[in-house]
Design a protein around this ligand. Structure first.
Ligand code: ATP
Length: 307
């Protein structure tokens, strides 16, 4: 597992990561979510020993990554910028990595297969599309059969098929009992991929909970009611203890009260023109949560949209 304790990183006066604490557990996919510049990459780089913490610690399986005797067997990582010699065929790139890290050559074909690159293994990496390049980066991350996998924005720039592939792979790796940490700035993508969410904004941890809890807590829902007798209906619902709010020509009641609204209106002979369950999207919930932590954000309203 990964344990991060009061981890802080300052670049001069600027604090990129501000005393965060979290634990990433095995067997599930943990999503590391935050707007641009929130501190995701810096945190991941500290986990991987590429940046030195200003204070605090980041431990992988109980020790610092740089103290691991065989790092590639312990942690497989895909960072945003990965160095691949453009003239070298994909298979040779992986062979070189395996040899220089004392890993068995047999792993190369195994990870090519896992990444769906067997057919193109002889092609030069420089000719690869973005999606194939990401697959090669992931193949390299899996070379040491690591128990911990860290992927920084793996779906960035990928087409829907590539995104679905990453999602499936992450879930398979977690189901094998591995610890999987994936960063993203896309809430909707993480909601589909991650079991657990760590939400970060301006270097601070804003949420550390299961994806389901996040949805339950942050994605609000209500029932939209329209009726030509709105005023009378408002009084009727309020008389029966329903919490009604009026927004222009619509009434809103809690999501659980849809059937009661229908029953009460029907019983009183009132006409309904609409009875719709409305959900604010998770993206809205994420933007609301991180609104104060975004460096530059547009002024457009994020009013709840229908699911
Ligand atoms: N080497 C560096 N020197 C100075 N500032 C840095 C450095 N690396 C990151 N920062 C700053 O630290 C903050 C966090 O950056 P980081 O890259 O960790 O964010 P992020 O959440 O990964 O965002 P993104 O999705 O845009 O990559 C940003 O304000 C960034 O400008």
């Amino acid at each position: 597992m990964i344990q991060v304790r009061t981890l802080t990183k300052k670049f001069g006066e600027a604090t990129a990561v501000d005393g965060i604490d979290f634990t990433v557990r095995p067997g599930i996919v943990t999503g590391f979510l935050g707007p641009n510049g929130a501190g995701k990459s810096t945190t991941m780089r500290m986990i991987l020993g590429l940046d030195r913490p200003t204070s605090g610690s980041a431990l992988v399986n109980g020790r610092r990554y740089i103290d691991a005797p065989a790092p590639l067997r312990e942690v497989g990582a895909l960072l945003e910028a990965h160095a691949v010699h453009p003239g070298r065929p994909a298979r040779d790139h992986l062979r070189w990595l395996a040899a220089s890290n004392g890993l068995p050559a047999g792993r190369v074909d195994a990870v090519l297969e896992q990444a769906g690159l067997t057919e193109v293994a002889g092609q030069r990496a420089g000719r690869f599309s973005l999606g194939m390049g990401q697959r090669l980066g992931i193949a390299a991350a899996l070379l040491g059969d690591p128990s911990v996998i860290v992927l920084d924005e793996p779906v960035n720039g990928l087409d829907p098929e590539g995104i679905r592939w990453i999602r499936g792979l992450a879930r398979r790796l977690a189901a094998e009992g591995r610890t999987v940490l994936i960063s993203s700035h896309l809430m909707s993508e993480m909601a589909l991929t991650a079991d657990h969410l760590l939400v970060i904004g301006r270097g601070r941890l804003l949420a550390d909970c299961s994806t389901q809890d996040f949805i339950d807590q942050h994605a609000t829902s209500y029932v939209r009611v329209r009726s030509p007798q709105a005023e009378a209906l408002d009084r009727l619902l309020a008389d029966h203890g329903l919490k009604v709010t009026v927004h222009g020509d619509e009434l809103r009641v809690p999501a659980t009260d849809a059937a009661r609204v229908g029953d009460l209106a029907g019983g009183a002979g009132m006409t309904l023109h609409e009875l719709t369950l409305m959900r604010s999207s998770l993206e809205d919930a994420f933007m609301t949560l991180t609104a104060d932590s975004v460096d530059y954000h547009s002024q457009t309203a994020t009013e709840g949209a229908a699911a």
